[in-house]
Write a protein that binds this ligand. Sequence first.
Ligand code: NAP
Length: 257
Amino acid sequence: MTTTNNDHSTSSGRVALITGGNRGLGLAAARRLGRHGVTVVIAARDERRSHEAVVDLRRTGSYASAVPLDVDDPDSVARTAELVAREYGRLDILVNNAGILPEATTPEADRPLDLDLFHRTFRTNLFGAAAVTQAFLPMLRRSEAGRIVNVSSTMGSLSDQLDPASPYFGLVVPAYQASKAALNGLTIALAKHLADSAVKVNSVCPGWVQTDLGGPESRAAAPTTADDAAAVIVRAALLDQTGPSGSFFDLAGPIAW
Ligand code: NAP
């Protein structure tokens, strides 16, 4: 297991792991958490980008390191958990942010019948989040304020998909929508499972954000910057003990499941 370098110095406070933290929303959330004094571990596949992210974070005074992680590879997930346990001995915040939307580059007519798309999308957006959560749950349980943030989407809201007034009503990306609905199901189940612990788990929607997720056209059309959108991730990550668990919200408030 390699990290960006051997400097695992931490702030005195919490440690957060952000999957997909080397760009887009994940990196924006890392910057915000760093400003709150949280030590951030960036976990993604592209090590060069992760290295650049860590350099950027450290330049602005954050405690940060990077670890290579493919959430779709059980060995990689296990190695990441071992590394964090060895180097930091704790994890307080897990942000399940890694996500893909391959339907953005697939013709609309082909989407509902493309099983490969479903498998690929679910392996990252659902099974990846579940695997990483399972690997880090023992450490999160030991934290005084363990927080799991599942970065979901209003497009995973069944209520929203059925609402003709929704701006997303006409959007048909079934693998992505189903994967985020399933991730929301995981949030509810985990919150119940962890109800007798200090760990809180929530789903958040960042809005439509200027990132690489949906391709260049989506990035150009999206109304929200990654920095603004990351605020909801940080809100869920830093909830105090009176905060909700098993909820789904954006910056404006609760979202119907
Ligand atoms: P992005 O810019 O495309 O970033 C995706 C991140 O996920 C990258 O850091 C990527 O890093 C990582 N990733 C992808 N597959 C991975 C894997 N198998 N293992 C580890 N990391 C992986 O997209 P984004 O918009 O920031 O998306 C972040 C999250 O926000 C996603 O879950 C997305 O569904 C959600 N979201 C986004 C929007 C939006 O409008 N952008 C709206 C609602 C929800 P590597 O390629 O280096 O691994």
